[in-house]
Design a protein around this ligand. Structure first.
Ligand SMILES: NC(=O)c1ccc[n+]([C@@H]2O[C@H](COP(=O)([O-])OP(=O)(O)OC[C@H]3O[C@@H](n4cnc5c(N)ncnc54)[C@H](O)[C@@H]3O)[C@@H](O)[C@H]2O)c1
Ligand SMILES: Cc1cc2c(cc1C)N(C[C@H](O)[C@H](O)[C@H](O)COP(=O)(O)O)c1[nH]c(=O)[nH]c(=O)c1N2
Length: 179
């Protein structure tokens, strides 16, 4: 058996449990975001990696939220949200919004402002996308929120924050060109 075969772990269809799925999904590197909202449902925020671009016409992204999350009722009742993309400087912000911290305490750290929608905007986010939730699709334990962009900004921080193999990683903006 060669080295590649030794390092490859196959899971039989009948063994694809949520634990096996999570183990496999831990192999996907992802950007780390804090998704926030404010409105009739109250102010809330949670750390999310299940965020991605959907289409550029109209500019739309998606966020997947666990309906068991303490933040979910606020997102269910509010029509707008903000995706704050974290830079390498925001690892503690990710931990704060990653669960178990009481919602009221989550916004005590870092610098938060409001702009178009009233959703909390992280002042030095790598990028932020203020959105109107245009569609909601319940799937299993989660809800996929399709979000049309109403306002956005970028900030050229030197390093982004990634989540891979259940750990945070930092990636520089410009890979020093070899040579
Ligand atoms: N999409 C999500 O809901 C999601 C994504 C990442 C992490 N988390 C949560 O963050 C905490 C830390 O996670 P971890 O990386 O230390 O280990 P983990 O084993 O819980 O997660 C490993 C990977 O599995 C996926 N995942 C985990 N829980 C999921 C869920 N409920 N629905 C869909 N995909 C899920 C994610 O891609 C995650 O990176 C856990 O409580 C986990 O549930 C949730
Ligand atoms: C790096 C990382 C990435 C994610 C998460 C966590 C972490 C640490 N969490 C889980 C989420 O932030 C939070 O832990 C749960 O919502 C539980 O929080 P409460 O204690 O219920 O507020 C998470 N939850 C979710 O619904 N969708 C997601 O994409 C993610 N992604």
């Amino acid at each position: 058996m060669n080295a590649l075969q030794q390092q490859t772990r196959h899971t039989a269809p009948q063994n694809i449990s949520s634990t096996a799925f999570r183990d496999a999904m831990s192999h996907l590197a992802a950007a780390v975001n804090v998704v926030t909202t404010d409105g009739p449902g109250g102010r809330a925020g949670f750390t999310a990696s299940a965020v991605c671009s959907v289409t550029d016409d109209p500019p739309t992204l998606l966020v997947c939220i666990n309906r068991s999350a303490s933040a979910y009722p606020a997102f269910a009742d509010n029509a707008t949200l903000c995706v704050n993309v974290l830079s390498a400087a925001h690892q503690e912000v990710s931990n704060t919004f990653g669960g178990k911290t009481p919602m009221a305490m989550r916004f005590e750290h870092a610098e938060w402002t409001t702009r178009e929608t009233g959703a909390p905007v992280l002042a030095d986010a790598l990028a932020h996308f203020e959105c109107r939730v245009s569609q909601r699709l319940p799937v299993g334990t989660h809800e996929i929120m399709l979000c049309e962009i109403v306002s956005m900004a970028t900030h050229d921080a030197p390093e982004c924050l990634l989540y891979f193999n259940r750990q945070y990683h930092q990636l520089p903006r410009a890979i020093a060109s070899a040579g």
